[in-house]
Ligand binder design. Structure first.
Ligand code: S3P
Length: 438
């Protein structure tokens, strides 16, 4: 894949049908949870439609190093056999760019008595906070040492005890790390979170027969987990709405476009972008709604929308669209008027500090944008015509959002570091080519 892309204004329109690749979050969980189920039942577990992104490959390679074996039936379908897992690896475990691998696997490995490992990551992951998982896992009795709460993480697994933990942030990675540790702990573990973060771990564990419960009380959203017996079922993965988002926004803002995106996961904890589309008046349709492995899936049609309205997002919607904010910012740049993103401080802890990287790069396009501690304000609707050079900071979602914005820029845009899209969406450029019409 080309690492430096030069993009000129796109004078055509987008039309046609694409199938969106598998969900990254669900793919990580399928590999980890299938390994847990296979280890416990002694059965092999089949996964259908696994992400080919580098992040999920990192999780797979790590599990392999601990004795899980994977037999590929086709590019995206495989059989997991964890009878010989989980053994301490001979060498460090490389999470690459993937916070999900580091955080979820820390939960699992901390709970395996006698297991020892060291997690490392790339320059982006090295900067990301790990205290958010070290703290609750340590309360369960885990032994984790780190470089001042950052990578590398050294883990010595042991028998853990259950806890009740009130997470100060709505983070699916934190919640999942605790639940995966709780599966092996003595007693019932309960996690509270202030807003509901994505619940794919809970949905998959429930699908496979785990003793998991969830609900809402005055103290927040709660999930409880206990040691469980599992059912050996095939896990099929829905398409990733976070990947679909780039095409959805592109179709909404490029005149005369109309596209159908097939097989998109529309789990209620992930559809914040559709709520933004409602506020902005974007024309879209949800078709062919169905259930796959307990997750709701649909096809989404998006049409060009002439007068996109400005919007405001804050509070409980933020976890529902946290990964889509870079491309939602592109929509805000087109919407005539003032759009605001608030309560999104955790954007600063993603693959890059997405508040400052978005503000810095949008200013280069001449877009009026104001930085806030927990978000930004965009005064959109102006024509963009600047020659721009952008760096992706190893952040795949910035790279693809820049691509979409570049399609409107009357000047020329150079994106340096574009190959980081392989983290989640290696098929991005090919799919874009498939629907571009001139
Ligand atoms: C993820 C949860 C979110 C999200 C990330 C994937 C997951 O992170 O931003 O891309 O798969 O659990 P947080 O849990 O840090 O909010």
């Amino acid at each position: 894949m080309e690492d430096v892309l030069k993009i000129k204004k796109f004078k055509g329109y987008l039309s046609g049908e694409i199938t969106i690749p598998p969900d990254k979050s669900i793919s990580h969980r399928s590999l980890i949870i299938a390994s847990i189920v296979s280890k416990q039942t002694g059965n092999k577990i089949r996964i259908k439609n696994l992400s080919l992104g580098k992040d999920c490959v990192a999780t797979l390679e790590i599990l392999k190093k601990t004795g899980v074996s994977f037999e590929y039936l086709s590019e995206r379908e495989l059989i997991v056999d964890a009878k010989k897992a989980f053994c301490s690896p001979d060498n460090f475990l490389d999470c690459g760019n993937s916070g999900t691998s580091a955080r979820l696997l820390s939960g699992l490995f901390s709970s395996i008595d006698g297991f020892k490992c060291t997690f490392v990551g790339d320059k982006s992951l090295e900067k990301r906070p790990m205290a958010r998982i070290i703290k609750p896992l340590s309360l369960m009795g885990a032994s984790i040492t780190s470089n001042a709460d950052k990578m590398p993480l050294n883990i010595e697994g042991r028998q853990l005890k259950a806890i009740t933990y009130e997470s100060p942030i709505a983070s699916a990675q934190v919640k999942s790390a605790i639940l995966l540790a709780g599966l092996n702990a003595c007693g019932k573990t309960i996690v509270y979170e202030p807003y509901l973060s994505r619940n794919h771990t809970e949905i998959m564990l429930e699908y496979l027969g785990a003793k998991i419960k969830f609900g809402k009380s005055e103290a927040g959203f709660w999930t409880s987990i206990e040691k469980s017996s599992f059912l050996s079922k095939t896990i099929e993965i829905a398409g990733d709405i976070s990947s679909a988002a780039f095409f959805m926004v592109a179709a909404a803002i490029i005149p005369n476009s109309k596209i159908l995106i097939k097989n998109v996961g529309i789990n209620p904890t992930r559809v914040g972008i559709l709520k933004v589309f409602d506020q902005a008046g974007v024309n879209y349709f949800i078709l062919n709604k169905r259930i796959i492995s307990n997750e709701t899936v649909a096809d989404i049609e998006v049409c060009y929308t002439e007068n996109i309205k400005p919007f405001k997002i804050s509070g409980d919607i933020i976890p529902e669209l946290i990964d889509e904010i870079p491309v939602i910012a592109v929509l805000a740049a087109v919407a005539k008027g003032k759009s605001c993103v608030e309560d999104a401080f955790d954007l600063r802890n993603k693959e890059s500090d997405r508040i400052s990287t978005i503000v810095e790069s949008f200013k280069k396009f001449g877009i009026k944008i104001e930085e806030k501690e927990d978000g930004f304000i965009i005064f959109g609707g102006e024509i963009i015509e600047k020659d721009v050079f952008l760096k992706t900071h190893l952040d795949h979602r910035l790279a693809m959002s820049y691509y979409v914005l570049s399609m409107l820029n009357k000047g020329s845009t150079v994106i340096d570091g574009f190959s980081c899209v392989e983290t989640s969406f290696p098929e991005f450029a090919d799919l874009m080519k498939q629907i571009k019409q001139f």
